[in-house]
Design a protein around this ligand. Structure first.
Ligand code: ATP
Length: 515
């Protein structure tokens, strides 16, 4: 069922100009996508929501825009040259390549799904008398599956922590994990694969040196830490935010814009006094979850998931996972990165990257709490939450099924569509008058083709919160029909009220105020 919805979302994204495969006329480039006329609008709105929530709403967070190319030593210092690897494994029959860690995690998730099913069944059986906590603590089948999760997690964590790739493979063999394509257990060895793309800089052969396309935007923040702190006269704690492209040569790239080789990140590094990082880690966890909740989707679709293996730089790490149509997966990472990055850059550059604390009269290297979210994954999260098929039984609407994207109005790519009922009798001119009124504040569409019902359907499909219809009566009483996307309610309102009603509902400010 979910897989089917996912396919529909992918097809819908293309059909309505949200997302196209890159270089499609050349049969595409794997895991690279282009955003179309509506996709780029939605993406810009997401960026604005994130940027303003960070930079505008927090006095002590500022934004930068650093270059994609960086000195190659940056990636030595950060550990990416040596350790930015994923364990890969191939199935010899299907010739398909997988991330060994993902195969194991997905297998483990099956035990969790079994638990969820038991809970659902029991809930139906016992109704109002059902005590979920007690059930989870006592039901035999639940306990068995919990134990299975604990056993596989411990074994997996140990294997990863000891970088024991043979053991990772052995787990796959022991749990009889099969390739989803061939259905066989005919696996190769597990080996590490570095995810960074490299290229050459410099025009003269021989002089050219290898540089990398950045695999994360964070390092651009670390190397500018002192520039920003000094020029901005910032005191701890403070944050530096940035939105930008990142590149990873992902092993498996089959999930649309969930995992891309070129993607965009929205990252914020928050610099704090050593010892205060856990308090800020908790602070940002909550703040980021609230950012997601404010969009108004079902809260049960989000959960925290602590990392099984901490990255080489972290002393605490959690993911905000979202239930995509293909299951719960990472949407955002919140990491306590200690002073690892700044210390490494001090060592490799020979430049001091410290903070002088006036009150304490001493210098030290700040600790860092990071929030890192994929813009494209956020886009997919919004599409997955918004996509709805609805049977229409409403007066004044054409009967049938409608596809509606219930995108939060502040993020919707088009805010209002202006529709003259007919292409004559001065209705077109009146429609343009209204359009001229609204276009400075909102992205609007004008549509005069086909029946009004079909035009409503087209706007529903792209998530436009409001349609304004102009009819003959408008010319005499200055009233228009405003139609609301979600409820399909229609109201007659005065043209002088149009601006106010729309501005209120689609306001980014009102969304930000909920944070
Ligand atoms: P995953 O485990 O899914 O590969 P990750 O743990 O490597 O992700 P981070 O390095 O924490 O991801 O990156 C921060 C965020 O950037 C992720 O939460 C995700 O939203 C986004 N991101 C990472 N890799 C990709 C990718 N290949 N395509 C799209 N978004 C990505």
């Amino acid at each position: 069922m979910s897989e089917e919805i996912f396919k529909k979302i992918v097809a819908h994204s293309k059909e309505y100009g949200f997302i196209f495969q890159s270089s499609e006329i050349y049969d595409g480039l794997a895991a690279v996508y282009d955003y179309g006329q509506l996709g780029s609008e939605l993406k810009n709105n997401i960026k604005q929501y994130w940027w303003e929530s960070m930079v505008k709403l927090n006095e002590n967070v500022v934004g930068i825009d650093s270059a994609i190319f960086m000195h190659p030593t940056v990636w030595k210092a950060s550990g990416h040259v040596d350790a930015f690897n994923d364990p890969l494994i191939d199935n010899k029959d299907s010739k398909k390549r997988y991330r060994a860690d993902v195969l194991i995690e997905e297998h483990r998730e099956k035990f969790q799904q079994k638990i969820n099913k038991e809970v659902e069944k029991a809930q139906k059986k016992y109704g109002d008398n059902f005590n979920e906590q007690e059930f989870l603590n006592t039901n035999q089948r639940v306990l068995e599956n919990k134990e299975k999760i604990a056993v596989i997690t411990e074994r997996f964590q140990n294997a990863l922590n000891n970088n024991n790739l043979d053991e990772v493979r052995q787990i796959i063999i022991d749990y009889e994990i099969v390739c989803p394509i061939s259905g066989t257990k005919n696996w190769t060895e597990v080996r590490q694969f570095n995810l960074m793309f490299d290229t050459k800089i410099g025009s003269v052969t021989g002089d050219a040196s290898v540089i990398y396309l950045r695999p994360e935007t964070a390092q651009g923040i670390f190397v500018n830490y002192l520039n920003v702190q000094k020029t901005g006269r910032l005191r701890l704690p403070f944050g530096i935010a940035q939105i930008g492209k990142a590149f990873r040569n992902e092993i498996v790239a089959r999930q649309f814009i969930f995992r891309m080789r070129e993607f965009e990140q929205m990252e914020m590094q928050f610099f704090v006094k050593p010892g205060e990082e856990m308090q800020w880690f908790e602070f940002w966890k909550q703040k980021r979850l609230n950012w997601h909740y404010a969009m108004g989707f079902n809260k049960n679709k989000y959960r925290f998931h602590n990392h099984d293996k901490l990255a080489h730089y972290a002393n605490a790490a959690t993911d905000i996972e979202f239930e995509f149509p293909f299951g719960f997966k990472e949407l955002e990472g919140i990491h306590s990165r200690t002073d690892f990055d700044l210390k490494q850059h001090q060592e490799f550059s020979g430049k001091k990257l410290q903070y002088f604390d006036n009150a304490e009269n001493r210098s030290f290297t700040p600790f860092v709490v990071e929030t890192s979210i994929g813009l494209d994954r956020t886009f997919l999260m919004i599409l997955s939450n918004s996509y709805d098929e609805e049977i229409i039984e409403k007066e004044g609407e054409e009967s049938g099924t409608r596809v509606v994207l219930r995108i939060p109005p502040a993020l919707a790519p088009v805010k209002v569509a202006v529709l003259p009922l007919l292409k004559k009798d001065g209705l077109v001119e009146k429609a343009h008058e209204i359009l001229d009124l609204l276009k400075f504040d909102h992205n609007c569409q004008y549509d005069e083709k086909d029946s009004i019902g079909k035009r409503y359907r087209r706007q529903d499909a792209i998530g436009t919160p409001f349609c304004i219809t102009i009819d003959h009566q408008t010319l005499t009483d200055n009233m228009v029909t405003i139609r609301h996307r979600d409820s399909m309610e229609q109201e007659r309102i005065n043209i002088t009220d149009v601006e106010k009603i729309i501005a209120e509902k689609v306001s980014m400010k009102n969304l930000l105020k909920q944070l």
